[in-house]
Design a protein around this ligand. Structure first.
Ligand code: 3HC
Length: 272
């Protein structure tokens, strides 16, 4: 998600500083931005010149203090509250008081995350969707303490990227995941119940409902671990069967079948 977010900001005309503690991760991110810009050139949605200018706008640093001069910092570390809090605390102590701190969390409460900083009025959720360069939506989520000015800043950035922005309340799953995750969980439940094969379930939703991907392919794409994590957070909050992860999903994740990124999820990508 981090490289996708850097990609769209650079393409939107902003200088971007990509930060990761791992040099390897940064190299991988830069090469994936190049590869994805090239796909857009090939599809003729951008020119070669725009791609070249965009990649030149992306810096890569291994230390978080390189964020000090940014107007907006978006954290996109993995979906663990303690890790996100640690990053936000560090950013809060480093960045000038006017810097807006955004989080790309898909399920953790923005109010909870904001409370570990001394600028809760300047903390906001900016939730992007995979693949970030293609999916047009950004959910902008304000905590109970986010100021109108911060909300407007996030909306303005989203619009400058050419995204559709929607405001959402600070409840787990926001708008999209509260509707999407139960659908994905149901698809696994039906697979577990033997309703049909994975291929048949996916084909049914692609050819019957016009979805770009079937739910099980989408699950592999989003990540089984990420989906399970979001489902558990929503279940914890709402305590309804809607959000209860089916045992098969947990078994896949425990086995390391985390989806396309792991080479194995519902489908086996190594075999393909
Ligand atoms: N940047 C990044 N990835 C790109 C890209 C670009 N510019 N252009 C294409 N891709 C990726 C696709 O993901 C896929 O990856 P691969 O080549 O590595 O296998 C490949 O390129 C396919 O490209 P195609 O040109 O064939 O693209 P398609 O026209 O088939 O569209 C798709 C692919 C846009 C992913 C489409 O299938 C789709 O819309 N799927 C649904 C995606 C979706 O629902 N996303 C939301 C997930 S929920 C979420 O993110 C929230 C989180 O909190 C869980």
């Amino acid at each position: 998600m981090g490289s996708g977010i850097a990609h769209v900001f650079a393409l939107g005309g902003f200088d971007v500083n990509l930060v990761d503690s791992s040099k390897d991760a940064l190299e991988k991110a830069l090469s994936s931005i190049k590869k994805n810009l090239a796909k857009q050139v090939k599809k003729e949605t951008i020119s070669t010149e725009e791609a070249d200018i965009s990649i030149a706008r992306v810096g890569a640093e291994t230390t978080i203090d390189s964020s000090i001069n940014s107007q907006l910092v978006i954290e996109a570390v993995y979906e663990k509250k303690e890790v996100k809090e640690k990053i936000l605390r560090e950013l809060d102590s480093l960045c000038p008081s006017e810097t807006v701190l955004a989080t790309n969390t898909s399920s953790i409460s923005i109010s909870d995350l904001a409370s570990c900083t001394n600028r809760s009025d300047k903390v906001i959720g900016m939730h992007f969707f995979n693949p970030v360069p293609i999916m047009k939506l950004v959910e902008v989520v304000r905590s109970i303490d986010t100021s109108d000015e911060t909300f407007q800043t996030a909306i303005d950035f989203g619009k400058a990227l050419g995204k559709k922005t929607v405001g959402a309340k600070d409840t787990p799953g926001f708008i999209v995941n509260v509707l999407l995750v139960p659908y994905l969980l149901d698809a696994v439940r039906q697979l577990e119940n033997g309703l049909a094969s994975a291929e048949e379930i996916d084909a049914a939703m692609v050819f019957g409902c016009g979805h770009p991907m079937g739910p099980l392919t989408l699950l592999d794409f989003v990540g089984l671990d990420t989906t399970l994590y979001i489902a558990d957070i929503m279940y914890e909050e709402f305590k309804t069967v809607h959000y209860a992860a089916p045992p098969l999903l947990r078994r896949y994740v425990n086995a390391g079948y985390n989806g396309k990124k792991a080479g194995r999820g519902i489908y086996d990508y190594a075999a393909k």
